[in-house]
Design a protein around this ligand. Structure first.
Ligand SMILES: [Zn+2]
Length: 204
């Protein structure tokens, strides 16, 4: 097992001095640019893939980036959404699924989680995503279910009054992203077409 505390020492000695003034400023309060909802998968790193700094992303992570509907959602998820939208007034919520998602693979193939009863119960709360994809074995069903789950969770977010009210008041936007960690690319959901596509890269 790697000694992760060695990493803490490196952070304190090398990184923290560069970020000291930022953290001192953040001690006065945070104003993150987004509530970023994604999977717990170790291959997904929200700050890395968005090139964000500390203080810029408020994050919810769990297996499969599953939110659930208001009233059915995990209390911690509901509270974190409420805090992000009503207290921090984030201007956007991004639901970011990813390729090769193990949780979504579990939804697609329940046998793969038969020895994991809690995982099985959890992913089954997103079964509507599975129902939404074509029963065509020739397509990449895992990516399709990942995409369908992003659409489903965006719908679920709208069942939270805090979210629905803020969207209605045009102070909150919901976005769906699909991150492919093998290529470093992000496809974005177009609400009108419900399809994912990669925006044309801009030099920044
Ligand atoms: Zn995942």
């Amino acid at each position: 097992m790697r000694d992760l505390f060695a990493g803490v020492t490196r952070f304190q000695q090398r990184k923290y001095p560069e970020l000291r003034s930022r953290f001192e400023q953040l001690a006065n309060g945070q104003q993150p640019d987004a509530l970023f909802i994604t999977c717990s998968d170790s291959r997904v790193d929200p700050a890395l893939l968005t090139d964000c700094q500390p203080g810029e992303l408020f994050v919810i992570r769990n297996a499969g980036n599953i939110i659930g509907r208001q009233g059915e959602a995990d209390l911690g998820i509901a509270a974190t959404i409420e805090y992000a939208v009503n207290a921090l007034q984030v201007p956007q919520i991004i639901v970011c699924g990813h390729t090769k998602c193990g949780a979504m693979a579990g939804l697609l193939d329940p046998d793969s989680t038969s020895s994991l009863p809690e995982v099985s119960k959890w992913v089954s709360t997103a079964r509507k995503a599975l129902e939404a994809i074509p029963q065509d074995e020739t397509t990449d069903r895992l990516t399709q279910v990942v995409q369908a789950n992003i659409r489903l969770q965006l719908c679920n977010l709208m069942t939270f009054p805090a979210v629905a009210d803020a969207v209605e008041a045009r102070r909150l936007t919901l976005k769906g992203w699909l991150y492919d960690f093998e290529t470093g690319t992000v496809s974005v959901l177009t609400p009108e077409t419900e399809q994912f596509s990669q925006p044309v890269a801009q030099t920044v």
